[in-house]
Write a protein that binds this ligand. Sequence first.
Ligand SMILES: [Zn+2]
Length: 338
Amino acid sequence: MAPRFTYDGGAVDPGEIANIRFTVSETYLGDPVRIPVTIINGERDGPTLCLTAAAHGDELNGIEIVREVAHEWDHSALRGTLICLPVLNVPGFIAQQRYLPIYDRDLNRSFPGDGSSTSAKRIAARVFRNFIEPCDIGLDFHTSTRGRSNMLHVRGDMEDPSVARVANAFASNVIIASEGPSGSLRREASEAGTSTITIELGEAHRFQRPLIDSALEGVLSVMAEFGLLETETVKWPGWRTIIDGSDEKTWLRADAGGLVEMHHDRGSLVEAGDRVCTITNPFKTDVTVVEAPFTGLLIGVPENPLVYPGNPLCHLVALDGPTLRAFRQSQSQPVDRV
Ligand SMILES: [Zn+2]
């Protein structure tokens, strides 16, 4: 028999599902600021998995992922507990901005929080103590910042074997190995014993269905790996590259102000010397060509075409020989048309 899941103000018994609005702060009017939480406690014992989204208030793809897991999936065979937090940063979500509106604080640099410190750290502490720290595994969904778009990829501390197990199980093609900045949910949660990865997908202010569907497959694969769903199997993405500090990767930056025209899509391979994009002035008389310094994968691209000199254009990562071959093979296989 599974144990009860308890939080400040309530408990959820095995076999029960609870939808709650959990108070994390107060507005200027003294009204509660509450975040939506769904707790699904399986009848049978197993690990506790936490799904979080919108720590940055305008990053929407993860919200739909967490909502679908919580409210559209059949949980009758669940072993363990799912904690679903679709909107962590409610004030930022309401304002449709990345940061908490109070002094533009970054909630994702405020963990594990502190109940007697800034408003951001108080919010973080309420979330962390009640719903993150009690979990075994964490999946934190993000998108690129406004005006940019990311290929679906995972970030996590691959030197921590339990975090690496989660990252590998998510079955994404690209894993960026890094423990993450101090105060970020994935780093602080992992250090507190909740092995947590970040999943980056797409752009802010959008629901991007193909990316959401891929991420849902990743969630199923993680649940299979850790025995939360015995009927599922762990997936292999076909090819995978793990990018660590020693690998070649760069942000291509604009050396001219102007309007950007991309010549390759997010997730495509560019060869060394390929024209990745061009920057032009309003008269199209002055063209700055941006070339790939090495052969690699475009994991981040601009959606907003306007740049100042120095602005980041594309996030390019090199692939090693075997990965390149596997990537090319995956691209040449026939795709099922739906
Ligand atoms: Zn984010």
